[in-house]
Design a protein around this ligand. Structure first.
Ligand code: 5AD
Ligand code: SF4
Length: 471
């Protein structure tokens, strides 16, 4: 009988991407997806460890897997992703019913385990790489992830990712263009480029620059001797840039929207900002993680930019792409954060006026530098109070910012039924704003919606049916 699997995904888009590949791979191995965990022969978790709440949420789910395994001992329980990587072999000591554990990007090892006769529990925690080459089972056929790099070379003192995902490795540009072309041929219209730090893409790649090799050929023709020319101009290898990748992907027919997550403010250069102004498919949205508005705290976080430099990047972005939507990540209650530091964060959020923000309470993570700063811990009630004050500013400013869309007709990629009203549709603008609207379009279509009203989170409007009839 055909075996079935159930996979639960926690964490970021990188995990969602890996899970799509895991599903694609399992279906290639003959497994089918079970609607519920209780009906599955293979119970899988793709885990996250970014904050303590991520850990605890997952451990509660694991309790159910333990019970199901007791009921039917030939079930296989597998735990992949960042939490597994961060505790490694300890998984088996703490949770003896787990059969297989593997770190991020180790999906192929899961396949190896499932197709072998191995009876003992196995752990796979080598950093090896990409799941991008595996087939994907996409949640939405018209939206796809493109994993451009793995790992992270930053040393942010609060962050567990460098230890769970290893050093940064970029995939070759040509390989990414081929993959995006294949996605387009498969019906994907919107791609999201994924990496821990997307805009440092390509620094580890070495190619022979086309212009220097052209010069090289010219010299060779003139001299008429191979040996002489190698001495004259061997053609210097250079690295690739994120902007180059954006320009190459924009050329692909069928890819109508390009997004990326997440850039680092330290690497946000003019070439990428210019690409936003130049490239028709690159969306008017930049997620630029701030973390703190205090230069002192940014330094303790090892973010390698200060408040002024961040504001300078925002000004440059707005100068070139005035209508851009800016979103961010902010942490409150980092060790040693004073009321004065926090007020600087509030002030910056007020000044920038984000279109949205993810706000987090600092949570110490095993193995990170910030977790050792226990003498400077901010009391929990203070953290909670700061978070509330920050959320108030973020939401008020987002609501004000959203007003600029009222009365405008925006391009919307339809994602399905509205979550709040089944009579209406739901989609996303190029600014990454969710729109609930009345209309006739089908999921996957790009249509025009007139915006009539806004909240801090969403827009609402009406599809322009006339425009639809003409196009
Ligand atoms: N505590 C709280 N928030 C964190 N983030 C990363 N590590 C921590 C931590 N230890 C937040 C950062 C990051 C986002 C993905 O999660 O804001 O940008
Ligand atoms: Fe969670 Fe970070 Fe791992 Fe993503 S990379 S799953 S956010 S720990």
């Amino acid at each position: 009988m055909k075996k079935s699997y159930h996979l639960t995904t926690f964490g970021c888009q990188m995990n969602e991407h890996d899970s799509e590949r895991m599903k694609g791979m399992l279906e290639m191995l003959g497994y089918s997806e079970a609607p519920e965990r209780a009906q599955a022969d293979l119970i899988l978790f793709n885990t996250c460890s970014i904050r303590e709440t991520a850990d605890t949420r997952f451990v509660a789910h694991l309790g159910e897997a333990k019970r199901l395994k007791r009921e039917q001992p030939d079930r296989v329980v597998g735990v992949g992703g960042c939490w597994a990587q961060s505790v490694k072999e300890e998984v088996f000591e703490r949770f003896p019913f787990v059969d297989v554990a593997f770190g991020p990007g180790q999906t192929h090892k899961l396949a190896e385990f499932l197709t072998s006769d191995s009876l003992s529990a196995q752990g796979y925690f080598e950093f090896e790489g990409f799941t991008g080459h595996l087939p994907a089972k996409r949640a939405r056929p018209y939206q796809g992830w493109l994993q451009i790099s793995v790992g992270c070379n930053c040393r942010c003192s609060y962050c567990i990712v460098p230890s769970t995902r290893g050093r940064e490795v970029s995939r070759p540009l040509e390989e990414l263009v081929d993959e995006a072309r294949a996605m387009a041929a498969d019906g994907v219209r919107e791609i999201t480029l994924l990496g821990q730090n997307v805009n440092s893409y390509g620094r580890d790649l070495r190619i022979l620059d086309a212009s220097s090799s052209a010069a090289f050929t010219r010299v060779r023709a003139r001299e008429g001797s191979r040996d002489q020319t190698t001495r004259i101009n061997p053609g210097r290898p250079r690295s690739r840039t994120f902007a180059e990748l954006l320009y190459a992907l924009d050329q692909i027919d069928g890819i109508e929207r390009i997004r990326y997550m997440s850039p680092h403010p330290k690497d946000m250069r003019k070439d990428v900002i210019r690409a936003h102004a130049d490239l028709p498919s690159l969306c008017e949205h930049i997620h630029l993680p701030l973390q703190s508005g205090s230069s002192r705290i940014l330094k303790a976080m090892h973010r390698t930019y200060d408040r002024e430099r961040y504001l300078d990047r925002v000004a440059l972005i707005r100068e070139h792409v005035p209508d851009v939507a800016l979103t961010t990540d902010i942490i409150v209650g980092f060790p040693g954060e004073t009321e004065g530091d926090f007020e600087q964060t509030l002030e910056l959020a007020e000044q920038v006026g984000y279109d949205g923000a993810f706000t987090f309470i600092f949570s110490p993570r095993r193995g990170t530098e910030a977790a050792t700063m226990t003498d400077a811990t901010v009391p929990h009630p203070v953290k909670v109070e700061r978070l509330q004050r920050l959320v108030e500013v973020v939401q008020r400013r987002a609501h004000e910012r959203a007003q600029r869309f009222v009365g405008r007709t925006l391009e919307v990629l339809v994602e399905g039924q509205s979550r709040t009203d089944s009579e209406r549709l739901r989609g996303r603008t190029r600014h990454n704003k969710v729109v609930n609207f009345s209309g006739l379009a089908q999921p996957g279509e790009i249509t025009q919606v007139e915006i009539l009203d806004v909240t801090s989170q969403t827009l609402s409007g009406e599809e322009q049916l006339l425009a639809r009839a003409i196009s």
